[in-house]
Structures are given as C-alpha cells and as structure tokens.
Design a protein around this ligand. Structure first.
Ligand SMILES: C[S@@+](CC[C@H](N)C(=O)[O-])C[C@H]1O[C@@H](n2cnc3c(N)ncnc32)[C@H](O)[C@@H]1O
Length: 260
C-alpha cells in the first residue's frame, strides 16, 4: 500500500513528493519514476553492505542531507559541509568550513563517511590528509566517488577516479583498502547514462508535461536495463562509482599483528 502511494505521488505529484525524494528513491518500485534509479539503487546497496563496519562517533564529510545517517550504528553523528550561502540553506550540516582544512581535533572520530564528495574537492591531497588526521588509528573510512558520471554541481566538479588512482591516493595518505567495490558495472550503466541525458536535456522542472515525459521514458529504460541485466555479463572495467572501505593504518609502534 505504502509502495503504491509513493508511486502515485511521484508519478502524478512530483512537486508534492519533492524532487529529492524522487532522486533518492531506490526501492524496486522507484524504477517506475526515478531517472537516477540504477545509480541510487546500487550505491545504496553497496553502502548498506559496508556501513556495518562503521560505529562509534561518525563524521559525514560533505554530508548534504545525510541520506545514510539512519543506516549507521553510531554514538554521535557530525555532518561537515563546504560553507556557501546555498549550502547553509539546503544542507543538514552541523559544521560548515572553508573547504580545505577541517575545523576539528586530531583523532576525534571512530569512523568517517564521505559519499560522492571527493570529485568536488579542489585540493584532494589536503582533503585526504584531513580525513586521516581526524580519524583515530584503526578507524574506518567509507568513501564513494564516481568513475563515470556527467559534470554536476558546476563549477565545483574537479575530478573522476579510476580504481587505481583512488587506491594510490588512499595509500599515499595512510589508508589501507579493506574492500573496493565497483557500482553499476553492468549493462544498466548505459541505461543510467541515457536517463541522465534525458533528464538534463529534456526535463524542464517548471514544465509538468516535459517532466512527466522524462519520468515516463526513464521508467521504460529502467525496465529495459533491468531485463537485459538478467542475461548480459558484467564488465568490471566500466562502472559508475567506486565504493571503498579503508582503515587508517596504525603507527608502526602500535601494530598489534605480532610482527614488531
Ligand atoms: C553530490 S553531493 C553528495 C552529498 C551527500 N554526501 C550524498 O551522498 O548525498 C556533493 C557534496 O559535497 C559537498 N562539497 C563540495 N566541496 C566540498 C568540500 N571541499 N568539502 C566537503 N564537502 C564538499 C557539496 O556541498 C555537496 O553537498
């Protein structure tokens, strides 16, 4: 019943349902109205599988609307955001900063989540140093970043990361990768990019007819992608997002692996 209500609301009253809710929906029925269905569903699936590794005091860097907060067991949850007038109005951050140095103590957090943020960071080397600094030794980092996606949040879109580039960046800054996943590494990637094209080129949000046309065409492409995915193989060289779980390495004197 709840699912039917959501579909009807999103199909016929997209403004009431709210655009954000539309774009973040990833239950199976969201395929009927969400142009970003494959991207969202797969990110959500991987984050949900890995976020059980985070616990204690959590920092969400570039938290936006904190879409994953309820999925994480925590004793405290702090959202950090880049300070702009628009972010102060639309984001749910607890702390705003200059986008370079975190106004936070060393080793203050047990875990860090940062999803779809690194590509917006102009100084990634400093960003990684800051992530490492505020995390306790042995603390976990769950990071997602696109490998393939359109330019967005312009002009604050500075990079895309291959799995190898990301691994090298993390290792340079004292992290060891525990698990690296590739999101949407199958045929649905093409349908997702087609939907993004439709959305950007046709969707005019104050024109309900065009809006509904994009929703309709996207739903066809979501269903076609899901069906083809049943038959066609994966290609792990072409995917949308990197999803990485990493650990902050212990200083040499504090290793507990019996090798010292
Ligand atoms: C694509 S949104 C992702 C938001 C949220 N993490 C999510 O997964 O829905 C990118 C976010 O990164 C933030 N951001 C941009 N530059 C940043 C920086 N230097 N440090 C932290 N956050 C930044 C933006 O304000 C925006 O909220």
């Amino acid at each position: 019943m709840k699912c039917l209500k959501t579909v009807v609301k999103c199909l016929f009253f997209p403004y009431v349902a709210g655009y954000n809710k539309l774009a973040f929906s990833c239950r199976w029925y969201a395929a009927l109205f969400n142009p970003f269905y494959f991207a969202r569903k797969n990110l959500h699936r991987h984050i949900s599988a890995l976020c059980g590794n985070l616990s204690g005091k959590i920092l969400d860097v570039g938290c936006g609307t904190k879409p994953y907060k309820d999925m994480i067991r925590h004793t405290g949850y702090v959202g950090l955001e880049f300070d702009t007038p628009e972010n102060r109005n639309s984001k749910q951050a607890d702390i705003f900063y200059d986008g370079v140095y975190f106004p936070l103590e060393d080793a203050a957090f047990d875990g860090i989540l940062t999803t779809q943020v690194l590509e917006h960071v102009f100084t990634p080397e400093i960003f990684m140093t800051e992530l490492n600094r505020v995390l306790k030794p042995g603390g976990k980092l769950l990071l997602t970043v696109p490998f393939v996606w359109d330019e967005h949040e312009q002009p604050y879109d500075f990079g895309r990361y291959s799995s190898f580039g990301l691994k090298a960046l993390l290792e340079r800054h004292g992290f060891e990768i525990i698990e690296h996943r590739k999101s949407c590494s199958n045929i649905t990637l093409f349908f997702q990019l087609w939907n993004v094209y439709l959305y950007k080129k046709i969707c005019v949000r104050d024109n309900i007819i065009l809006f509904q046309t994009v929703i309709f065409l996207s739903s066809i492409s979501n269903i076609a992608g899901a069906l083809l995915d049943l038959f066609l193989p994966e290609n792990s060289d072409l995917y949308l997002d990197n999803v990485v779980l990493a650990v902050k390495k212990q200083p040499a004197g504090q290793r507990n692996d019996g090798l010292d």
